[in-house]
Every structure is written in C-alpha cells, then in structure tokens.
Write a protein that binds this ligand. Structure first.
Ligand SMILES: C[S@@+](CC[C@H](N)C(=O)[O-])C[C@H]1O[C@@H](n2cnc3c(N)ncnc32)[C@H](O)[C@@H]1O
Length: 264
C-alpha cells in the first residue's frame, strides 16, 4: 500500500516535471502570446512563489555560480544557458544578440544609450564591444532590476564602461546634456516598454540628441510589436530604416530588430 502511494507520487512528480519544463515549453514555442503568457506570467509567478525570489535574482545567482568573473562572454553564455534550460527571460537573447553585436561593431559609437536595462544582459553585450573611451548610458526605472543589473555588469568587469541611470526614460532623456555632458548619441538601443519607443524617439530628436548618421536599433518590433514606431521610422524622410528578421528571445516566434539611420 505504502509502496503504491510512493510510486504514484514519483510518477506524478515526473509527469508534472515533464509538463512544466518540457512539454508545455515545446508546445508554446511557435505562438507569441502563448509563449509570453506561459514564460512571463505563469512560470515566473509560480517560481517566484515556490522559491521566494524573483527571476532577476535567480538569473544573478546563476551568473555568480557559473560564469567567470571579469569575462563578459562567459556572463552572456551563462545567462543564455539559464534562459534556455531553466527560465525564459526578456533579454534580447543570443540570436538577436548577434545582430546587436554586428551593429555595435559597425557603428563603433563614441557615445551610446540603452533604454531598458533589465538584468544587464544587453548592457554587457554592448559594453564589451565599445571602442576604448566610450561609455554606455543605460536607463532602467525598476530599482530591483537596476540592483541586479549593477551586479551583473560588475561581475562582467564592465562597470567602468557603463553608467546605469535609474528613472523613467521620458524624464532622463531631456537631462542627458546638462546632467551627463552628452551632445549627441551615435547609437541608441531601444528595448524598454514598447509604447515608449515612438515618444522617446521624438524626444531624442527634440532634445537635439541625434545627429546625421546616428543609429537607432529597436528590439521586439514584431513581438510584442511596436507598430506606431515602425510606421514612423519607415515613412519619415528623417530615417533610412531596415528590418532584421529573427526570433523572439529563446523561442521560434518571429521577431526582429529595426535599424534606423537618422538622416538629419
Ligand atoms: C525588455 S527589458 C530590457 C532587456 C534588456 N535590454 C536586455 O536585452 O537584456 C525592458 C526593461 O525596460 C524597463 N523599462 C520599461 N520602460 C521604461 C522606461 N520608460 N524607462 C526606463 N526603463 C523602462 C523595464 O523595467 C525592463 O527592465
């Protein structure tokens, strides 16, 4: 009798494990809203509850345990492994990350801005490729995410290449000149909440923070999607815009990056 109950518990646990970590993740791989609902709502809330921690805290723990201190590439690979094998997270990810890398290398910016830091994954990706002397300003309004990002950036050894500023982008962009001595940005990576892409782009223009040749690179233009922003940069004579097709981080759902060169 006892053996039967024990066996039923083991089989039940195995079925639940397979469902949670294998069958459902595989089933939602191709559907945008199912994937986001599963990974970003159901699994995150469940794991937050059972572990009494947050996803950024768990991601940081993985970095501290498995990555090599002072080695940005190992921090990036550790986060990608964590997101593929344990928990999805809203980083730009490895696939779109290679497109981001190539744009950073091509622009080789003297000044760079990132909107939306989260845990610092893309910050590390960008900062490791910056030319000597260039500092990346990254903006994050969630203090808990900013706290984790600082530790990830420091673990990667890139604290001298990054200035993490806490606050809403809409308040900080107009202060870039006076508070941070920025004249214009050569590269802006937009990866914050999607409804801010268009107003913040217009704000960057109004504040004179873009010059001829400045590059805007926008993530998630298909999933979750930024239709107003896309319509603007694709139709405005002020931009030469190009889409780079890829996939939503760590899934097979279509997503991509839009690279828009400011023409002045
Ligand atoms: C998709 S995540 C960024 C992912 C990160 N760029 C990466 O690839 O590793 C979006 C982040 O933007 C932040 N955010 C959203 N809207 C913002 C705003 N208006 N100002 C500052 N941060 C914002 C959110 O708190 C969140 O951490």
């Amino acid at each position: 009798m006892l053996l039967g109950v024990l066996l039923a518990c083991v089989v039940g646990a195995a079925v639940l494990y397979a469902l949670f970590f294998w069958l459902i993740p595989a089933a939602v791989q191709h559907n945008a809203w199912a994937a986001l609902l599963w990974h970003d709502v159901i699994v995150e809330r469940f794991l937050d509850f059972v572990t009494s921690s947050t996803r950024p805290q768990r991601l940081l723990k993985a970095v501290q345990k498995k990555a090599i201190r002072g080695d940005p590439q190992s921090v990036i690979s550790t986060i990608d492994n964590f997101c593929r094998s344990s928990e999805w997270a809203m980083n730009v990810g490895d696939e779109k990350g290679t497109i981001l890398d190539s744009v950073v290398c091509e622009v080789s910016p003297g000044s760079a801005l990132e909107l939306g830091t989260y845990c610092g994954y893309s910050t590390v990706r960008i900062a490791r490729l910056l030319p000597p002397g260039t500092k990346l300003i990254t903006v994050e309004f969630n203090p808990d995410f900013a706290k984790v990002a600082r530790q990830v950036i420091e673990f990667a050894g890139l604290q001298d290449k990054v200035l993490l500023v806490e606050g809403p982008s809409g308040d900080l962009i107009p202060k870039m000149r006076d508070q941070f001595g920025i004249t214009t940005f050569d590269l802006v990576f937009l990866d914050h909440w999607k409804d801010r892409y268009l107003p913040d782009t217009k704000l960057l223009e109004e504040c004179g923070l873009l010059q001829k040749g400045s590059v805007l690179l926008a993530d998630n233009v298909i999933c979750p999607g930024t239709p107003e922003y896309l319509a603007y940069v694709r139709s405005s004579p002020k931009y030469d815009s190009k889409y780079f097709k890829s996939h939503l981080e760590y899934t097979k759902v279509e997503d991509g990056l839009e690279k828009s060169i400011f023409l002045g």
